[in-house]
Structure formats: C-alpha cells, structure tokens
Design a binder for this molecule. Sequence first.
Ligand code: SAM
Length: 277
Amino acid sequence: MSATRRPLKSLGQNFLVDDNIIDRIIQAADIQPNQSVLEIGPGRGALTTHLAERAGRLMLIEFDHALASWHQDQFKDNQRVTVIDGDVLKVDLDALLPETPQKWNVVANLPYNISTEVLFRLYGVHDRLARMTLMLQKEVGDRLAAPPDCSAYGVTTVLLGLWFDISRAFVVHPGSFHPSPKVDSAVLNFIPRSEARADVGDEDVFRSVVKSAFSMRRKTLINCLKSAEFAKQVDCTALLEACKIDGRRRGETLSLEEFAALSRYVTEVLPAASVGN
Ligand code: SAM
C-alpha cells in the first residue's frame, strides 16, 4: 500500500507515531461542531482520521502524489472530505478557503523544510481563519515568540505577531515520529486577532518594510531600507527622522510599533500600486 512506502526526506516526511501526542494535538485544535478544517500534509493520516470524525468539512492538501491518491481512495465515499493533490505553496488558498460565516481551523504537522513559507502563506489568508494548531521545529516556534533585539526575532515574528496571538501548547520529542528528526518540535496555537496589533497602513508596504529591515542582519537599518524597492521613491533618511528612529540601529531591534510607524509613513508617501521588496 502506498501509505507504507519509505518516508521521503525531501518532503519532510516525519510521520507522527505517538498516540498520546496525536490526541493532544487534536485536543489543542479545539474543533467546533461543523467546523471546516484544513490539514496541510496529511501524510499517512495520523491526524486525519480524528479530524474527519470531528470536522463538518475537511480539506487535505498533500504534495506526495501516492499519499494524496491513497487519501482520495480512503475518503471516496465521504462527501465531507476533499483531497487536493498539490503543493501548499502553489495552490490558491484564497480560492480554496472561501469566506464563510464559520471560519477555517488549520491543523498540521508541517514539513520542516517549508514551514516558514507555509506560515507566510497562511498569514496571507488570516481573515479566513478561526484558529491554527501547527507543529513546527521548536526553534521556529521559539522565533515566533521572540522579543526584539534577540537573534531569534525575525520577519515571521513581526508579520505573524501582527495578526495572531501565538502560544506554545507543548514540546514534542524526536521519538514521537518515524523517522525521528534530529531536533525537538513544538505544537503552537495561533488565534487570529479581530484587529491587527498595530495600524500599519498598507499591509503589502508593511511586509516590504519588515523584510527589507531584516534583509542584511549585520547592516544598519538605514542601509537595509535603502536597498528596498520602495527606497526608489521614498527618502529613507526623512522616513527615519519622521518616525524618530535612529538609522544606525539594526532592524532586529525594532518593535512592532516602530515597524508600523515606518510602514504608515511609506504608505502615505508611496504612489499606489508601486510596492515591492
Ligand atoms: N500529518 C502527517 C503526520 O503528522 O504524520 C504527516 C506530517 S509530515 C511532517 C509532512 C507532510 O507534508 C508529508 O505528508 C509530506 O508529504 C507533506 N508535504 C511536504 N511538502 C508539501 C507541500 N509543499 N504541500 C503539501 N504537502 C506537503
């Protein structure tokens, strides 16, 4: 059977084999009656069976063609389950997760090699989500909760922190997976906020400001900002002066409010539709 084939390292296939951890993830996901649930990378279905029992509607996105076909077969008589044989980084999440009165609950043991990119994609549809319960490499999870001015603080901390309240549910040790990864993992709960934590003006501008500030961690903030696409149209010295931020600082020392101030200013002076990295 395809679901018992050797795990593929290239697809981050570390399958959960610990029933206690599987139960704890399902509890942490707090699926509401009739809720729509998205599972990214169902793999051999360790979480999927439990999700299918609880969800009003379940969507699975699996990149491994053999596993996707296996799930299609398993659920062929279950109208509530849809299996997408595809890449979560390429599918149109906007179209797949239509705006419904009851928002989506995302549950995933993410492939570690693409977890940061998946976070960025989910950040892009935050307004469709009721909750996310995600297993990440522990180090990636720690980054999301890091305060400014520490090495773990980065783009994901600032972007995800704008729209989500993030908390760690528990740590998972390598022995709970097959094959065992080399590092610890953590299950995190992401609860979308009804309002952003700060007024950032245009969100595309905000993303661009944050990414440019972290683009060269050893360089000063002013040098990082000057290399951004928006700097062709925005005077970065005036920008920093207006926001009362010293350009000799490093991007990683800025608080969310300081990033928000930079973003509001750039939003105001930048002609519409000219944002980029
Ligand atoms: N959910 C299962 C579990 O907990 O045992 C499997 C988790 S495993 C860490 C990650 C899963 O994501 C694998 O099934 C892998 O094939 C799938 N995957 C990897 N890259 C993917 C991508 N770009 N899009 C969708 N699924 C992907």
